[in-house]
Design a protein around this ligand. Structure first.
Ligand code: NAD
Length: 462
């Protein structure tokens, strides 16, 4: 487990200026497992000053050297993979095998991709009589959620460092131990003091202070639409760039020519994975009316197999929130075919894998992000109807389309107002741009598109 217990600022570990701490709770047994400093505006200010002071040196570091430090960071994450998985399991509650494969595995792949991109990206190009330079935007304020604790951090910090930016990170209060481990890895990788800084603390205190700090040039936020909207407004007033990864309510559209059983089973697994706490989860399954009853039966059977194996949701508040959505689904007339309010475990913040049938597009459970293991199955009449339903929410983060022929699925996917679509179960690609249409956000993460969020251009004319 991690050797340091504090905030990592300017290359050193320190307590919060206030001396206050926040409890970290294991959602499986509801026990306090650790405490971390509760940073305030004073700590944020110290961290931003450190990041500003480190900026000229890091921005001037040749991309090849920045790439070497990122490769070293990736290597440390590989060495500490088991510790990362155990830490995520302890504070998020996800099953260990999932933590190893996804919570540790994906950030390693993303860190590796930015080590390569930093080495190969053209930070300079000729356009006619001009030379265009891509320069770092400056100091980045990164605010991350708890659902994929390390991935959310690496998806912001790795491209920012590759670009030559310096960073102050405020991770989610539910999962700060993973962030402390990451800070240790940054230190071990030889990344200079001040280039990366960690301030743990509460969102409305430390997070807000970071979002509002005049020394921050770009705020990169992942989390709820409500907080994202405020951060966007603050950044807009300061004429500051902002990147927002917000909620989702993705559609999984099963066209009549698809392999129905495969599409339903993969669809259920997608929603239940990480206990439904995935912003891109396909929480609305759209099935043609002729195949509807069969799909509902398949989904109910598939969901019933998961039980408590999916792990709990992150905290008591989320558990209550997800339960209230289940109640609302029943009250609005949806038919519960799996799960429900009964918990699969007497202890911990568990929710039964839940499936609703006879869900109509206007119901709350078909419109709002639940962020728990709850699937809604909707009926469509024809392809135009399916497009209308799929596009009929304020969100547009991800989605899936299944069809007998890839070309048919692609043609349908092009009509969806969403940033990512998986075709016939296509695999997650850590280099493909990830981000939302509509209220799912502003900007893109991952790959070259994610790198460009942290760069600004300067053109010299000759
Ligand atoms: P949240 O938006 O409250 O928190 C996300 C991050 O923002 C955390 O680090 C938090 O401390 C910080 N924060 C909170 N208030 C802040 C403020 N006023 N100023 C600055 N920073 C602030 O989200 P949450 O409570 O973690 O989850 C609630 C909902 O957010 C979920 O149910 C889900 O709908 C959504 N969510 C989306 C994603 C995603 O990846 N798109 C991830 C997690 C949660």
């Amino acid at each position: 487990m991690k050797a340091h217990d504090g905030m990592y600022i300017d290359g050193a570990w320190r307590p919060a200026a206030s001396g206050e701490t926040i409890d970290v709770v294991n959602p499986v047994d509801e026990q306090v497992i650790d405490r971390v400093p509760a940073g305030t505006a004073a700590d944020v200010d110290t961290a931003v000053r450190a990041a500003r002071a480190a900026l000229p040196g890091w921005a001037a570091t040749p991309p090849a050297e920045r790439a070497a430090r990122l490769a070293a960071l990736r290597d440390v994450l590989v060495t500490r993979k088991d510790e990362i998985a155990e830490t995520v399991t302890a504070e998020l509650g996800s099953p260990l095998a999932f933590s190893q494969a996804v919570h540790a595995g994906v950030p390693i792949a993303v860190a590796g991709s930015y080590a390569e991109l930093a080495a190969t990206h053209a930070f300079e190009e000729k356009v006619g009589n001009s030379t265009v330079y891509q320069e770092p935007i400056g100091v980045v304020g990164a605010i991350t959620p708890w659902n994929y604790p390390l991935h959310q951090i690496v998806a912001k910090v790795a491209p920012a460092l590759a670009a030559g930016c310096t960073v102050v990170l405020k991770p989610a209060e539910d999962t700060p131990l993973t962030a402390q481990l990451f800070a240790e890895a940054v230190d071990e990788a030889g990344i200079p003091a001040g280039v990366f800084n960690l301030v743990t603390g509460l969102g409305p205190i430390a997070g807000q202070a970071l979002a509002e700090h005049p020394g921050v040039d770009l705020v990169s936020f992942t989390g709820s639409t409500a907080v994202g909207r405020r951060i966007g407004a603050t950044a807009g007033a300061a004429v500051k760039k902002v990147a927002l990864e917000l909620g989702g309510k993705s559609a999984n559209v099963i066209l009549p020519s698809a392999d129905l059983a495969k599409a339903v089973n993969v669809g259920v697994a997608n929603v239940m994975s990480n206990s439904g706490q995935t912003c891109s989860a396909w929480t609305r399954m759209l099935v043609h009316r002729d195949q509807y009853d069969e799909a509902v039966e398949l989904a109910a059977t598939a969901a019933a197999k998961y039980g408590a194996r999916i792990g709990p949701v992150v905290n008591a508040k989320q558990q209550a929130r997800v339960r209230s959505y289940i109640e609302k689904g029943v009250a609005e007339g949806a038919r519960l075919v799996a799960g429900g309010l009964e918990s699969p475990s007497p202890q911990g913040y568990f929710i039964s894998p839940t499936v609703f049938a006879d869900v109509t597009p206007d119901m709350t459970i078909a419109q709002e992000e639940i962020f728990g293991p709850v699937l809604s199955i909707l009926r469509y009449d024809d392809e135009d109807d399916a497009v209308r339903i799929a596009n009929g929410t304020v969100y547009g983060l991800a989605g899936a389309v299944w069809a007998g022929e890839e070309a048919e699925a692609v043609a349908f996917a092009r009509r969806l107002e969403t940033g990512q679509v998986d075709i016939n179960g296509g695999r997650f690609n850590p280099r493909a741009p990830f981000g939302g249409y509509k209220q799912s956000g502003v900007g893109r993460e991952l790959g070259a598109h994610g790198l460009s969020e942290y760069l600004q251009t300067k053109s010299l004319q000759f």
